[in-house]
Design a protein around this ligand. Structure first.
Ligand code: ASP
Ligand code: MG
Length: 420
């Protein structure tokens, strides 16, 4: 008997019919003798609707009331699923974040889970009842208020609950049947990865693959919680119940790299269109100039990703290029203008017509030449690289947005990822 967390996203619970389908997936696991806690998202589109009502009410609103409103979508789905489960003879009840309780910090709208004290939930699970838990929400105890975890936060709720329950597996049901070597909408030859390491998945998630919320992967990695991505659209009767010996047969399992026997040097290609590029032309080449630029940006909570500083040709002035999230661009430009006195004379130019393309793979740690191959392949297609960053297991380049699909396709075949 295994303890299982099953999480269902918005498209998997989009209407009562889909919720019946979810119940059938849950029944399969219960019938196989597994102990099951389910985490649900709001029905697809509901959270967007709630957010837009809040904005319509007032653009400047109380973050605690925002949370009280947007958390309601999950309450509806949890109750509906409990009812449907009961109607097919499975004992079940819904649990809202405050009832578990899922304790969070005070960062309303983007709260972090601090603790899950699941005592009574565990008792009911042990007694054979399915727990249907609202994703995305928790309780901020100092003010006794509902808090939400940020968009896409139900994934994080699921992994956190799995950790708290010491579950054997956290299954994330979505509308795709796993994690792919790259976006299948761009590259028809993209392949499903049967396994991917926590580290690689974290890079994939933070570099643009939208399958799992980044924070959920961080959590899974820290606690080594096996997390599987699979599709709720595969008919329940066609799927075997989760047993350790079948875990890697369907979907993609995010797991320890030791579990992955056949490793490729590169496992996936990610791209992100959310980047914007800022260049400061002819800034003084002197000690403290980088601090004068990036200090104020950090103070304004703006994340800077890639940074390139050119070699000064005259020993006096240089160019500095870096990237921020597109959504932060207007604010970043304001901050830089305000810091102009400390930075000194320079020309400020920016563009959002850029894309970041990344190759990811734990195999890079032990293989030389991955970056050189990448640069050569891009050059052969006439693609100019605007900035580069690397980590132990990824290389990212910034290029003109117009070339994004060509670059992704080129790199996908370069590293042997194309399906036959
Ligand atoms: N319903 C929330 C959202 O749409 C949380 C989630 O679905 O993960 O962001
Ligand atoms: Mg999601």
């Amino acid at each position: 008997m295994a303890t299982l967390v099953m999480k269902f996203g918005g498209t998997s619970v989009a209407n009562v019919e889909r919720i019946r389908n979810v119940a059938a997936h849950v029944k399969r696991e219960v019938d196989a003798g597994n102990k099951v806690a389910v985490v649900v998202s709001a029905m697809s589109g509901v959270t967007n609707q709630l957010v837009s009502w809040v904005r319509e009410a007032s653009l400047l609103h109380d973050a605690r009331e925002y949370d009280a409103i947007v958390a309601s979508g999950e309450c509806v789905t949890a109750g509906l699923l409990a009812i449907v489960l009961q109607s097919i003879g499975i004992p079940a009840r819904s649990w809202q974040g405050w009832q578990v309780p899922v304790i969070t910090d005070q960062a309303h709208g983007a709260a972090r889970i601090v603790d899950i004290n699941g005592g009574s939930l565990i008792e009911r699970l042990d007694a054979g009842e399915v727990a249907v838990v609202t994703g995305f929400q928790g309780l901020e105890p100092t003010r006794n208020r509902i808090a939400t975890l940020g968009r896409g936060g139900s994934d994080t709720s699921a992994v956190a609950l799995a950790v708290a329950l010491k579950a054997d597996l956290c299954d994330i049901y979505t509308d795709v049947d796993g994690v792919y070597t790259t976006d299948p909408r761009i590259v028809a030859k993209a392949r499903r990865l049967p396994k991917i390491s926590y580290e690689e998945m974290l890079e994939m998630a933070s570099l643009g693959s939208k399958v799992l919320q980044t924070r959920s992967v961080e959590l899974a990695m820290v606690y080594r919680m096996r997390t599987r991505v699979l599709s709720s659209f595969v008919p329940p009767e066609e799927m075997k119940a989760a047993r350790p010996d079948t875990w890697d047969e369907i979907g993609t399992i995010v797991c320890d790299e030791d579990e992955i026997v056949e490793t490729q040097v590169v496992s996936g290609i990610a791209y992100s269109k959310d980047e914007a590029k800022i260049t400061l032309r002819r800034i003084a080449d002197r000690p403290g100039i980088a601090a004068a630029i990036f200090g104020p940006l950090a103070d304004a909570n703006i994340n800077v990703d890639m940074i390139v500083q050119n070699v000064s040709s005259d020993g006096r002035s240089t160019d500095m290029t870096f990237t921020v999230l597109q959504t932060d661009l207007p604010r970043a430009l304001e901050v830089l203008k305000a810091a102009q006195a400390a930075i000194g004379e320079c020309e400020l130019v920016s563009s959002s017509d850029v894309v970041k393309v990344s190759v990811i793979g734990i195999g890079m740690r032990s293989h030389a030449g991955v970056a050189a191959q990448m640069f050569k392949a891009l050059a052969s297609k006439g693609i100019n690289i605007l900035a580069i960053t690397t980590s132990e297991i990824k290389i990212s380049v910034l290029i003109d947005a117009a070339y994004s699909e060509l670059a992704v396709r080129t790199l996908h075949s370069l590293y042997g990822l194309d399906a036959d």
